[in-house]
Write a protein that binds this ligand. Structure first.
Ligand SMILES: *Cc1c(COP(=O)(O)O)cnc(C)c1O
Length: 483
């Protein structure tokens, strides 16, 4: 006998049920969001314990949702680096714009297909409009284009593959890619994944302000050509990850044009400062690059999961990535109707454009510009105040919103200094109002490898009060060098 119909299968949530579940989420999210500024910037005590608590098989039957939420909000989420916190000045902060979650909810529930243009022309078009806006920020012309992906690493990978195809064709033998010491490790990874041996990535010496030196680049290319190698690509920085260095993009464009090399600008951290006047000045010349990596989950404050590649000439991506298949609709002939699958690595993909389009329509571009301008101001004032503390030397000035420094009390030897700076970093972080990170780099002033402390202001929630805390906590941390 058939069972009488009661409710649809448990996977088929109705509108009212979904609304209740979203509302239950909001019961946890709203207080979390409102208390965020008071929460510690990091909290990793009990990491292993919490991980063990989630090391378990999946349940056969569903569990009441409030219990599921309690496990997330009481256990998993608190034990972490608080990457949404205004005190998070570590690595490259993102932020996690809550309005993006609305876009994700809509995109996920409606589940439209945006790998090709035909199945969702409106959603694909709004994504194209977002990309065109990015292209115009970079100063690119009408033949430019690009796509959104999961992050900067994937964008860098696609750029290396497109450059290899454009400059070397099918045979990558003897390929050489040039970049500087501060390049993100995703560049070396991209080169390897693109089928190049490790020796194909060549580090060109940088100036005292960590900029790739155009004269050294010319010299290296000449040497490699004389040795029978095939230079094909330069990866420049528009905000390097270690110290925020911005290469002289105009000068590198000249060299690349002269030598017939592909210029890629890794602007994953710095790119969206193009919205500001100071950012445009710092990144002058970027419009001449063949390709640019942007990371909306950094400079547009999005939650993790959105990177972007734009290219000066969209046909270079088509030439690299387009394939056909008998089981798919034919490729669009129309130049204006992009099939993202023809331009990059992915076929099925989330409707990523909505994650950027919706916040822009909700808040307006000015809100982002003003927030980025504020970050530039905060980093500059922080650097000025940090510089004034006893024994501090700024090793990398804030070209954008990131700077690096070292505390050097008199009468301390080199080895001792590194250990002391690591202690200072630990003391600041111990207060948990802030999270900073450090890195080792070749110090141009000393000519040796040193440990430096970094400050990167990029979260939209970070304001002047956090810089006051930085100065307070840092002053205390350096007060007793021998302690
Ligand atoms: C963050 C970053 C990357 C990598 O981007 P993901 O989004 O983490 O994959 C690449 N280059 C630079 C300069 C970055 O700051």
């Amino acid at each position: 006998m058939p069972r009488p119909f009661r409710r649809p299968a448990p996977l088929e949530l109705g509108g009212a049920e979904l609304r209740d579940l979203v509302s239950a989420c909001m019961d946890r999210l709203a207080p979390w969001l409102d208390g965020l500024a008071e929460e510690p910037a990091h909290s990793l005590d009990g990491s292993h314990k919490v991980a063990r608590a989630f090391d378990e098989p999946m349940p056969e039957r569903g569990v009441p949702f409030r219990r599921v939420l309690a496990r997330l909000f009481d256990r998993a989420i608190p034990i972490s680096l608080n990457t949404a916190s205004p005190g998070y000045l570590a690595y490259i902060p993102g932020g996690g714009l809550p309005s993006t979650a609305l876009a994700d909810l809509i995109a996920d529930v409606t589940n439209r297909y945006t790998g090709l243009w035909m199945p969702a022309p409106g959603l694909v078009q709004l994504e194209i409009s977002v990309i065109r806006w990015f292209c115009s920020l970079a100063g690119y012309g009408p033949s430019s284009g690009g796509w959104l992906c999961s992050g900067g690493s994937i964008a860098n990978l696609a750029a290396v593959v497109a450059a290899r195809e454009a400059k070397l064709g099918e045979d990558p033998g003897g390929a050489v890619l040039y970049t500087s010491e501060g390049a993100h490790h995703s560049i070396a990874k991209a080169a390897r994944v693109a089928g190049l041996p490790r020796r194909a990535t060549r580090i060109v010496p940088a100036s005292g302000s960590f900029q790739l030196r155009p004269d050294e680049l010319e010299k290296a290319v000449a040497e490699d050509r004389a040795a029978g190698n095939r230079p094909f690509m330069v990866v420049a920085q528009a905000g390097s990850t270690p110290v925020g260095a911005v290469d002289d993009l105009a000068a590198l464009s000249d060299v690349c044009a002269d030598l017939g090399l592909w210029l890629h600008v890794d602007a994953a951290y710095g790119g969206f400062f193009l919205l500001t006047e100071r950012g445009r000045a710092a990144l002058a010349g970027i419009e001449r690059a063949d390709s640019i990596t942007l990371d909306p989950h950094k400079g547009l404050f999005l939650p993790y999961g959105t990177g972007c590649l734009i290219v000066k000439d969209l046909s270079t991506l088509r030439a690299t990535f387009a394939e056909t298949a008998a089981y798919l609709p034919p490729s669009q002939e129309d130049e204006d109707h992009w099939n993202f699958a023809d331009l990059g690595l992915e076929l099925s993909r989330p409707a990523r454009g909505l994650r950027i389009w919706l916040p822009l329509w909700l808040h307006g571009a000015a809100a982002f510009r003003e927030a980025l301008d504020e970050k530039l101001d905060l980093a500059r004032s922080a650097a000025t105040r940090v510089r004034a503390l006893p024994g501090v030397r700024i090793v990398a000035e804030p070209e954008l919103s990131l700077f690096a420094f070292r505390v050097e009390p008199p009468d301390m030897g080199a080895a001792e200094l590194d250990a002391f700076n690591r202690r200072v970093l630990a003391r600041v972080n111990q207060k948990k109002r802030l999270m900073l990170t450090g890195t080792t780099l070749r110090d141009p002033a000393l000519g040796e490898e040193v440990f430096v402390i970094r400050v990167c202001v990029l979260c939209f929630r970070t304001h002047a009060d956090r810089i006051d805390m930085l100065i307070e906590d840092l002053s205390e941390a350096i007060a007793d060098p021998r302690g």
